[in-house]
Design a protein around this ligand. Structure first.
Ligand code: SAH
Length: 374
């Protein structure tokens, strides 16, 4: 059975590759998710710990880095949500995986239109890269008197809550299961990362352990189907939904992924805006997986949250007034108008980010539909 081509073997191992190869020698193959978690977040050698990957000079570009309109519309959406939870005089405003801090900066600039929203906000940035924390602290130095940096939802006080996470869930570890038999109670094996033949690099292999149908997998599954699941994402959505049960709030999740659970291998790596093999140079490339929005929606609903979406990012931004805002900015931009319009349209164009990127909202039970979902 083919379980994907092997990475090129003539590339010298990165420092992180050496550590992971040693780990595999000592303890056996690791899950795809363990590989991803270290590749992104290892404190010394992880991708996000060692660089600022964003922008045209970096490896990839995200919506807030492409156009300020993204953060402005999300800011307006958050103000509307703050009103929908009763305009509390103190609330927790939380961003997961804030990158360079650009999205929060744009949100807070729009917040100046509603001073009471800004006064009420107690901001927490959930970030595990020390390097990116510094970048965020620089970007937001003057932006708000109450901003703290944390690594987990557990560190955030109880109370009314508004959360935003753009391109965060794609960084969370997944596991991959491969269907190997059509018969029997345990027809799946896990796809693991082991060593290649000459032990100089990595190769995929299948677990000896066999598994029953993974929760959420469509049925029937053909032989060689790959199903991806993320327990960590599911648990985070459950924890957020518990919070929304205790106090009023909303959570906005934006990412690339699929609206229905399906089969396929989305474990991928990007370097300088090009795809490369995810096992090739761990620590030096961005490794992610597509987000299974149907799985997140199921987790939210079963934990008692109201769930809206997923909807396409293009539809969401258009409904929030993308075109009007673009017109206003373009009129003020003079010679730069054409660049500005071309860049911004990437956010909504179906062949760029408009369709692959989806938006999902969790709300406290009993709340009305949020803006942008119909
Ligand atoms: N939201 C930003 C950046 C997306 S990149 C933007 O749209 O531009 C992913 C971000 O999540 C980075 O800031 C990365 O350091 C952070 N991150 C990844 N895994 C994380 C984890 N497990 N805990 C906290 N932050 C994490």
């Amino acid at each position: 059975m083919t379980i994907k081509t092997e990475p090129k073997s003539d590339i010298p191992p990165t420092p992180l590759a050496e550590r992971l190869l040693q780990l595999i020698s000592d303890h056996g193959p690791i899950t795809v998710g363990d590989f991803l978690a270290d590749a992104l977040s290892h404190p010394q050698h992880g991708y996000y710990s060692t660089r600022d990957p964003f922008g045209t000079q970096g490896d990839f570009t995200t919506a807030p880095e492409i156009s300020q309109i993204f953060g402005e519309l999300i800011g307006a959406w958050l103000i509307e949500s703050w009103e929908a939870i009763g305009a509390p005089s103190i609330f927790q405003l939380v961003e997961f995986g804030p990158g360079r801090g650009t999205l929060m900066k744009d949100i807070l600039r729009v917040g100046q239109l509603r001073p009471k929203f800004l006064e009420a906000a107690r901001i927490t940035m959930i970030e595990n890269s020390g390097r990116l924390r510094h970048a965020q602290q620089r970007a937001l130095a003057e932006a708000h008197p109450h901003i703290v940096w944390r690594t987990s939802l557990d560190d955030i006080p109880n109370g009314p809550l508004l959360v935003v996470a753009n391109e965060f869930f794609d960084c969370l570890p997944i596991r991959q299961f491969v269907k190997v038999d059509l018969e029997g109670d345990h027809p799946w094996r896990e796809r693991l990362v082991g060593k290649n033949e000459d032990e100089s690099g990595f190769a995929f292999e299948l677990s000896e352990a066999a598994y029953p149908d993974p929760a959420g997998a469509p049925s029937p599954a053909p032989v060689e189907a790959i199903f991806e699941s993320s327990d960590i994402s599911r648990r985070l959505v459950e924890d957020l939904s518990d919070r929304l049960f205790q106090n009023k709030g909303r959570v906005l999740i934006i990412d690339y992924g699929h609206g229905r659970s399906g089969f396929g291998d989305t474990f991928q790596a990007v370097k300088r805006h090009e795809y490369c093999h995810p096992l090739e140079t761990p620590g030096e490339v961005d490794i992610t997986a597509h987000v299974d929005f149907a799985a997140l929606a199921r987790a939210g609903r079963s934990a008692g949250a109201r769930v809206d979406g997923p909807v396409r990012q293009g539809d969401f931004l258009n409904r929030l007034g993308f075109t009007n805002r673009l017109d206003v900015l373009a009129r003020a931009a003079g010679d730069e108008a054409e660049n500005l319009v071309t860049g911004a349209r990437r956010l909504i164009h179906p062949e760029e980010m408009g369709e692959l990127f989806k938006v999902l909202c969790l709300s406290s039970p009993g709340m009305a539909e949020p803006a942008g979902f119909s």
